[in-house]
Ligand binder design. Structure first.
Ligand code: ATP
Length: 199
């Protein structure tokens, strides 16, 4: 299975582009959704988090208290690393398992921090969705009713646009309207079908 990793900064249009690939019939695996699944009640990751971070990590309803955990690891890089070391292998295995069960020429795997967090070896090709920073901020602020400064803080915590672009095999410039995006997705879809067929 030919695996295309789709990534990009906050508000660059990853979800929108993923949806357009899905409309072309391409299976899309969303790493964020998998990250939520692996910590669901009954999954081993939840117990591992309880052991590593204490009972306060689990809410009264038995689910992971994400807000608590986010605050706990936010200012503590070693704790964040501990959490990532615990979760990443589980997320990676779940993605591999899902890829194995697919029958399609290629798959899109959407991984927001693909470049920053070392997921390169899990994909055959990297597609970066790119938009000017001002547009990332404006789109995110309007979608999430957020203040510009809050979006900028998240942006600053991600890798830089340059770093992402340097890791890209393909760059989808999403600076135009939705029709332009759709056209570019269609062209990339044809390219990926060709590349998948050559393997
Ligand atoms: P996040 O990193 O926050 O998950 P994302 O990269 O998945 O964001 P989207 O949610 O796809 O980004 O896009 C951000 C917002 O911008 C959405 O409201 C989306 O509808 C809008 N948007 C994306 N691309 C375009 C476009 N080409 N024209 C107009 N609006 C767009």
């Amino acid at each position: 299975m030919f695996r295309v990793g789709l990534t990009g900064g906050i508000g660059s249009g990853k979800s929108t582009a993923s949806g357009l690939f899905a409309q072309q019939g391409v299976p899309v695996i969303d790493a964020d959704a998998i990250a939520r699944e692996v910590v669901a009640p009954g999954q081993p990751a939840l117990e591992a988090i309880r052991q590593a971070f204490g009972a306060a990590a689990i809410g009264a309803d038995g689910t992971l208290d994400r807000a608590w955990l986010r605050t706990r690891v936010f200012a503590a890089p070693d704790e964040r690393q501990r959490l990532e070391e615990l979760l990443h292998p589980l997320i990676r295995d779940a993605i591999r398992d899902r890829v194995r069960r697919l029958t399609a020429p290629y798959v899109i795997i959407a991984i927001p921090l693909l470049v920053e967090k070392g997921w390169r070896s899990e994909v055959d090709r990297v597609l970066v969705i790119d938009a000017p920073v001002e547009q990332q901020i404006a789109r995110t602020a309007s979608r999430d009713q957020m203040q510009t400064e809050d979006v900028m803080r998240i942006l600053a915590a991600q890798g830089s646009r340059e770093e992402r672009l340097a890791a890209a095999d393909d760059v989808l410039c999403n600076e135009g309207d939705l029709n332009a995006l759709r056209e570019r997705v269609t062209l990339l879809h044809q390219r990926y079908l060709r590349l998948a067929g050559q393997r």
